[in-house]
Design a protein around this ligand. Structure first.
Ligand code: SAM
Length: 283
């Protein structure tokens, strides 16, 4: 990907990554963006809601496809919409409106858009049923919903992918227990494909399709990227793995974990990523 929005990601969200990792992340985001927009079957003149627009991945992609239609970017975070607005000005992209709002109470009239698109947003929503009803309400009859959501509970992560037994069987068991407790309580782990499908059907959607995909994500371990993964946060306000471990383990135990990761430098680990591709129509 090239252009203002991709450059913003290179300099912002992906700033700590190697150039190779950054370009791979951009490539993957571009693939997801295009697949969601394809699923929504956007055409010239469509008005499109981008729910949880963030900094505009889908907004700008949709904008390119709909000619003189409007993209309505909705997000609860004013900062995100301001960033989106700045990028839109840089790109001289007209035909985008910016509304602060939540999936559970959409700031749009009934039957006001031809399509709704969303990526990695429903997993943050507390009341999925309400969000599905709101999406149904704002779509015009015949309107299309397309959505991509990570299924985090099906994924694998540092605690579950690394063989921790070299730090000691007892510590390895405590790493596993900490992970299970986290996964059971984290809001970001709760979304599953059955809940998505059920919420859309109950809201009245037709032609509901939820396809689950799984892919491998290889990681060539080195000290810098190990530190970045320990410090990564799943969402604003969520603790990083390092912060979680600091609550559960003594400082010398944490040092053992970091040293063990360091000893893996040069090897490749493979994480599993799972995701749901969703489409539905308002009859
Ligand atoms: C991982 S980002 C994805 C942003 C964008 N869709 C993209 O593809 O880059 C998640 C976005 O969902 C927004 N969000 C979180 N909770 C939400 C809610 N209840 N309703 C609508 N948006 C929400 C966040 O503010 C954030 O912009």
């Amino acid at each position: 990907m090239s252009g203002g929005w991709a450059d913003w990601l290179r300099e912002g969200r992906f700033a700590g990554m190697s150039e190779e990792e950054r370009e791979e992340q951009l490539r993957l985001l571009g693939v997801v963006r295009d697949q969601v927009l394809d699923l929504a079957r956007l055409g010239p003149g469509d008005d499109v809601l981008d729910l949880g627009a963030g900094t505009g991945l889908l907004t700008f992609g949709a904008h390119e496809r709909i000619g003189d239609g409007w993209v309505i970017a909705v997000d609860p975070e004013v900062d995100n919409l301001q960033e989106l607005l700045r990028t839109a000005h840089g790109l001289e992209a007209a035909g985008i409106s910016y509304l602060v709002g939540d999936a559970e109470v959409l700031p749009l009239p009934d039957a006001s858009v031809d399509a709704a698109v969303t990526r990695s947003v429903l997993m943050y929503v507390e009341d999925l049923a309400e969000a599905a009803r709101e999406l149904f309400r704002v779509l015009r009859p015949g309107g299309r919903l397309a959505c991509y959501e990570p299924l985090n509970r099906r994924g694998t992560y540092l605690p579950t992918t690394v063989d921790w037994t070299p730090v000691g069987a007892d510590l390895a068991a405590r790493v596993a227990a900490e992970w299970e407790a986290h996964a059971a309580s984290s809001a970001l782990m709760r979304l599953d494909e059955g809940a998505l499908e059920g919420a859309l059907q109950d809201a009245g959607f037709a032609e509901v399709s939820v396809e689950v995909g799984e892919r491998d994500e290889p990681w060539l371990v080195d000290e810098a990227s190990a530190a970045a993964r320990l410090d990564a946060v799943g969402a604003a306000g969520e603790p990083s793995l390092r912060e979680r471990w600091a609550r559960t383990f003594a400082p010398h135990e944490l040092e053992l974990f970091v040293a063990h990761l360091g000893s893996l430098a040069g090897t490749t680990l493979t994480f599993r990523r799972a995701e749901a591709w969703v489409s539905a129509t308002r009859p």
